[in-house]
Ligand binder design. Structure first.
Ligand code: MN
Length: 223
């Protein structure tokens, strides 16, 4: 029995070494975003949902070692070159993997959620005022029908734009109409808020402002 357990553990280690994508460590505890995002939602969202996207992405890429080695941004930028049999999986699970890695980094405990003068100036320049920026972002988040994401993106020409995407699509994917690198992201799938907020997505979206990691936003703005 013990020997079997040892062999199983070694197999799991070998598998995790061969799989390129791993669940990232969270920088905070499951309860750190309370009361705005509850710990049960964080636990399930991270382990079950993000965990499944990660596993399914690795499974899809296992047949294509040459794709496994490429950075995920490159896969997104050339979706038309991905083999037909895994294209949908890379889109859904690759998007799910990448979007959530970013999302966790863009959240922080409320006590540390402070907007720097740099971010404030950039947003005011782009949207006129912080209120206008927030209203437009909230609109993108609340009007996205079904499951998806709201984004603040920086386009190639340096302009900021607010958009939303369906499912796990993002603005790095060549199949998406809006193109640019994400600066802020909000998951508006029901799994992100339903335990606590039920159908009140707008309330979840409003509370998001209390737990944004603006340091990460600044880093992405300067990229
Ligand atoms: Mn999610």
């Amino acid at each position: 029995m013990r020997k079997n357990a040892f062999i199983f553990t070694m197999l799991m280690v070998a598998f995790s070494l061969s799989a390129q994508y791993q669940l990232p460590k969270l920088a905070y505890s499951y309860s750190a975003l309370e009361p705005y995002i509850d710990s049960a939602t964080m636990y399930i969202h991270y382990n079950n949902h993000h965990g499944a996207y990660t596993k399914n992405l690795n499974d899809a890429l296992a047949k294509y070692p040459e794709l496994q080695k490429k950075p995920i941004n490159e896969l997104f930028a050339n979706m038309d070159q991905i083999p037909e049999d895994i294209k949908t999986s890379v889109r859904n699970n690759g998007g799910g993997y990448y979007n959530h890695v970013l999302f966790w980094e863009l959240l922080s405990p409320a006590s540390q959620s402070l907007m720097s003068p740099y971010v404030e100036a950039e947003l005011k320049k782009a949207f006129g005022s912080l209120d206008k920026f927030k209203a437009e972002f909230e609109k993108a988040a609340t009007t996205r029908f079904g499951s998806g994401w709201a984004w603040l993106i920086k386009e190639k020409n340096g302009a900021y734009r607010i958009v939303s995407t369906a499912n796990q699509d993002n603005t790095l994917m060549s199949i998406n109409k809006a193109q640019g690198h994400p600066v802020l992201a909000l998951d508006v799938w029901e799994h992100a808020y339903y335990l606590k907020y039920q159908s009140k997505r707008a309330e979840y979206v409003k509370n998001f402002w209390k737990i944004v990691n603006w340091k990460k936003v600044e880093e992405l703005m300067k990229k």
